[in-house]
Write a protein that binds this ligand. Structure first.
Ligand code: DGJ
Length: 689
């Protein structure tokens, strides 16, 4: 809903629970008025006429009050927009008017030949913001063009939540008090990165289920930056967008335009849990394609066979996976070119003739014959120097002339800003998806940008931005041409997870760390922003071969992975008949609880730091509780789990035991789960009677 004042200079966007208001003064300053609980137009108008603080000359009255501070003029805060022409820097705009289209508000400004349009769209309680620059004059260097600046109200002190990590340890939640100055997170790696997810949340005194929480998440899969500034006068501003530095994003020639990625913001007064549920609902409804369709249980070959792949061995794995109830069989790295190790083959997207003499068709048919879908792994943005592609086109990679080409994992990054590279990848991938009945593509990205350069393109080079735009365009084109194919975003585990890639992929690979205990913390962080519907999790072998050699029961591994999109990734040819039979039962149970896990509301009952952790999903009359005990101490019984989201006046039946529980008792006194010893886990299913 959008309310506009009579003079057309004050706007209030409202969702079911929140409002966002801005105002253009008669000096054409764009002031932020409100973000928080719902208000009316009269409230916004009252805020609009409040005088700005009367500061001494060392402060600017505009700082901390503008909705999109540009560089130049009486401002000292971090500018969201920084432009340079041959003559001058900064922006001095004049307000041109507003328009609305399909629920989006657009505020139009102009600085000489440059048009600046600010976009606002309220979806449920998430505001999507972005900016378009259109240049009608001589070239303009865009040093920085952030998607939005978010302004929080004056409060005594703020706390910042962020998700940090590294390879094998992504999405770990960290909370700290915000102090004066700036906290900057981001990626200068060319992809979203394992180090930070592009999300922050701010609160003053929220708990898991109570209190105000402001959250912001960026929809961009390249380098990015979010700066959270505690200003001198109790205000906080969060500015974010594509690119890490201010050293130049791109040049806009005459007639060219640039639209930033979306920076989305959410206000919730339901605590961290309420904010997460709102983010999840938003992504399932507005971001993730086909999110109303549940994701199948998959098998992935990576941990089982790594590069040592043969058709016969994949058939044997497929037969065991099918018998277990798996619905999608994915052949990971090693099926193409001369890819028998990570030293060769990337770039040559045709099946290895020694390993798959008849191409992928016979294996795909076999997998389909077993009643499963068939998927493959690709890493299209990369090339090994030992590949036919690199031998033919050494200049297709990112490089700086006269400098070494840094090889991480023996590979180089293709320059996707080049049209010939874009066309090559389209032809290869379209041909591949047409050559065999392929239902699923795991799209990987296994090194960061390091020598990103493009000798033919003058600085500032567009390749950082254009790489991501080309990736998105390729995914969009492939999805349109092959509508039955689902895509997974992977980047050495969770190195490319953001709202941008999620708007064109069906699920993401959360982490290469498949240890079921470590995963609980990773999944806890992931769930702050993203829904279980996209969070892929595999049950692999014990002891965990990839990370830490920790031994755990099949029960613990399954219950951990069943909190997301369940997959199996162990070497099934080595599993005993007993293990295979147990796994079949877990897969069957997962299929029963899947709609509740993938589409339900998530309540985090206990965080993983303690010995006992638990999540609950609620969908309609059904509730599923997953609980994990790391280690029982002193023989003490584990505490009862106070459930959420239930009707206190209703009764709930345990689908396994038939025991009937009263809603009020579950909510106030809790559910007893009989966990014992080390690394124990359980699932409780309740249905309203
Ligand atoms: C990194 C991924 O995260 C793994 O799952 C696997 O696909 C390897 N790459 C293959 O090279």
């Amino acid at each position: 809903m959008l309310d506009i004042s009579e003079d057309g200079r004050t706007w209030v966007l409202s969702g079911p629970a929140s409002s966002y208001a801005v105002h253009v003064t008669d000096r054409d300053e764009l002031l932020h008025l409100h973000w928080g609980p719902r208000i009316g137009l009269a409230d916004a108008e009252a805020l609009a006429v409040r005088p700005l603080p009367d500061y001494w000359p060392f402060e600017s009255p505009l700082d901390g009050r503008e909705d999109y501070p540009v560089e130049g003029g009486p401002r000292f805060v971090r500018p969201a927009l920084s432009l340079r022409t041959g003559e001058r820097r900064g922006t001095e705009w004049a307000y041109q008017g507003h328009d609305t289209e399909a629920g989006e508000l657009r505020l139009r400004f102009r600085d000489g030949d440059l048009a600046v349009t600010l976009h606002y769209r309220m979806r449920d309680d998430v505001i999507e913001r972005r900016v378009t620059l259109e240049n009608h004059g001589p070239a303009v260097e865009v040093l920085r063009a952030d998607s939005a600046t978010w302004t929080l109200p004056d409060r005594d002190s703020w706390r910042l939540s962020q998700l940090h990590g590294r390879w094998g340890a992504e999405s770990r939640l960290e909370r700290s008090l915000l102090t004066h100055g700036e906290k900057v997170i981001g990626s200068r790696r060319g992809h979203t990165s394992h180090q930070h997810l592009p999300w922050v949340a701010l609160d003053t005194d929220a708990t898991e289920e109570r209190g105000e929480v402001y959250g912001c998440a960026l929809g961009w899969s390249g380098s990015w930056r979010i700066a959270v500034a505690q200003l001198p006068d109790a205000r906080v501003q969060i500015t974010g967008g594509a690119g890490y530095d201010d050293s130049g994003l791109l040049t806009l020639g005459t007639g060219e335009s640039y639209t930033t990625p979306v920076f989305a913001g959410l206000w919730s007064d339901g605590g961290f849990g309420g904010a997460s549920r709102a983010w999840h609902a938003y992504q399932r409804t507005h971001v993730v394609p086909d999110a109303d369709q549940d994701r199948p249980v998959l098998f992935n070959s990576w941990e089982a066979t790594e590069f040592d792949i043969s058709e016969e061995q994949q058939r044997a794995l497929a037969e065991r996976a099918a018998a277990m109830g798996v619905e999608l069989f994915v052949v990971d790295d090693g099926w193409f070119g001369t890819r028998t190790s990570d030293r060769a083959g990337l770039g040559d997207w045709t099946p290895n003739p020694d390993r798959f003499p008849g191409g992928l068709g016979p294996l795909a048919d076999h997998v389909h014959g077993l009643g499963m879908q068939f998927g493959i792994w690709v890493e299209p943005e990369m090339v090994n120097p030992d590949s036919d592609l690199y031998r033919a086109h050494p200049d297709w990679v990112q490089y700086q002339p006269g400098r070494k080409r840094t090889e991480f994992r023996n590979q180089l990054v293709l320059n996707l800003a080049r049209e010939d590279v874009q066309e090559y990848l389209w032809e290869q991938l379209d041909g591949l998806l047409s050559s065999a009945p392929i239902d699923y593509v795991k799209w990987d990205f296994n090194r960061c940008f390091s020598d990103a350069g493009w000798p033919e393109d003058p600085y500032p080079q567009r390749l950082w931005v254009d790489h991501v735009r080309a990736l998105y365009a390729l995914l969009d084109r492939l999805r349109a041409a092959h509508p039955g194919v689902a895509f997974e975003s992977c980047s050495g585990g969770g190195g490319r997870i953001d709202l941008g890639v999620l708007s064109r992929t069906d699920q993401v690979w959360t982490s290469d760390n498949t240890d079921p205990l470590d995963r609980l913390a990773i999944q806890h962080g992931f769930s702050q922003i993203h829904p279980a519907r996209v969070m892929a999790a595999w049950v692999t072998d014990s002891p965990n071969a990839m990370l830490n050699h920790r031994a755990s029961s099949l029960r613990f591994r399954f219950v951990s992975a069943m909190a997301g999109v369940l997959g199996v990734g162990g070497d099934l040819t080595k599993w005993t008949e007993g293990e295979l039979a147990e796994a079949r039962d877990w897969v069957e149970l997962y299929k029963e609880i899947r709609p509740v896990v993938q589409r339900g509301d998530l309540y985090r009952l206990r965080a993983p730091e303690g010995g006992l952790s638990s999540v609950q999903y609620v969908l309609g009359d059904e509730t599923v509780v997953l609980a994990w005990l790391q280690a029982q101490r002193y023989g003490e019984p584990v505490p009862a789990l106070r459930l959420r989201g239930l009707d206190p006046s209703a009764t709930y039946e345990c689908l396994k035991t038939g025991e009937v529980h009263r809603g009020a008792v579950l909510l106030h006194h809790g559910l007893r789960v009989g966990l014992r010893g080390d690394l124990d886990a359980t699932i409780v299913r309740l249905k309203r009677k």
